[in-house]
Design a protein around this ligand. Structure first.
Ligand SMILES: NC(=O)c1ccc[n+]([C@@H]2O[C@H](COP(=O)([O-])OP(=O)(O)OC[C@H]3O[C@@H](n4cnc5c(N)ncnc54)[C@H](O)[C@@H]3O)[C@@H](O)[C@H]2O)c1
Length: 294
């Protein structure tokens, strides 16, 4: 398939492009990076620069695609003014999806976020009702990032109602690769009291990319939403014990499929996408959260 990947030069985009190329797809990358004028490496994807908040630029890159993987966004709400986060994420998603619908693209993969239910960047305290959190959790976003991702998922539902496009929204947990595992997860591996709003969950960038390839190739109709998180938690702690220690009875504990389970369940993706996560923080870090010699 000819697959357009937006946000192709970011953390998730780079892993996604690599996985799609390895799966044999013809990939067009797009991002805000200036294009160069060097000879392309053999097997590398084509690249076109586009600011996707501009509808014309979005239409220009989406034209001719069989599938679109929409990754581009500002990935959290604290580094830019709120209206910039909201406008960038929502308008880029609107324009890319609108172009895909008008050009008859068959499959759209929307990279959403674990933050949609509202428990990552709330201005007023908000905890999940239960853990592991899954796709059935109610949605109460407060911040501009989670709101932009929630509205993005609503745009996807509207698109399948008004056209034949098929959409999968993926809600990744906090994305880790060889460059940031130690910095991001090390402190929490050493000390479970270093709390994260996503309840000690994370996702390996390459396992996430595998899920994105499966979503791109999937025949599932309509709009389906999938959480994608590594099955184990950061530090490999006994989840029931740490949940009780740090949150008391504020979060209902639901059935776990392993003692060191993640605070986010990806059971739906394993069941409906056939996704099998293969990597863990343990492949990169020792029990003290320090990088393994490679
Ligand atoms: N990083 C995480 O932990 C995480 C977790 C959950 C969801 N996500 C989502 O995954 C996606 C990718 O995140 P990431 O970590 O790779 O972020 P990133 O910042 O590394 O990459 C995002 C890319 O989007 C591009 N982009 C931003 N605005 C654009 C615009 N107006 N037009 C075109 N391109 C634009 C950026 O240039 C960048 O290359 C985002 O949708 C993010 O919300 C990320």
């Amino acid at each position: 398939m000819k697959v357009v990947v937006t946000g192709a030069h970011g953390k998730v985009g780079r892993a996604t492009v690599q996985a799609l190329l390895e799966a044999g797809h013809d990939v067009l990358e797009t991002d805000l990076t200036r294009p160069g004028f060097e000879r392309k490496e053999p097997g590398a994807a084509d690249y076109r620069m586009a600011d996707l908040t501009d509808a014309g630029e979005a239409y220009a890159v989406i034209r001719g695609a069989d599938a679109v993987v929409h990754v581009a966004a500002i990935p959290e709400p604290t580094g830019n003014p709120p209206h910039v986060v909201f406008k960038t994420n929502l308008m880029a998603t609107f324009n890319v999806l609108e172009a895909a619908v008008r050009f008859g693209v068959k499959r759209f993969v929307n990279i959403s976020s674990e933050t949609v239910p509202g428990f990552f960047f709330p201005e007023r305290p908000f905890l999940p009702d239960y853990a592991p959190v899954d796709e059935l959790h109610s949605v109460h976003p407060q911040d501009p990032y989670a709101l932009s991702k929630t509205f993005g998922e609503q745009l996807m539902t509207a698109a399948v109602e008004r056209s034949d496009i098929r959409v999968i929204s993926i809600r990744p947990s906090w994305v880790q690769n060889e460059g940031n595992y130690e910095q991001n997860l090390g402190p929490q591996i050493r000390d479970a009291s270093v709390l994260s709003p996503n309840l000690w969950s994370y996702i390996d960038a390459y396992d996430l990319a595998d899920a994105i390839v499966l979503a791109t190739e999937s025949d599932l109709p309509g709009h389906e939403v999938f959480y994608i998180a590594s099955p184990d938690n950061v530090g490999g702690h006994d989840f029931a014990e740490i949940l009780h220690t740090y949150y008391g009875d504020k979060i209902e504990l639901r059935e776990l499929d392993r003692p060191d389970a993640s605070g986010i369940s990806s059971a739906k993706a394993q069941r409906m996408l056939g996704w099998t996560p293969k990597r863990s923080w343990r492949d990169y870090l020792d029990a003290d959260g320090r990088a393994l010699a490679r």
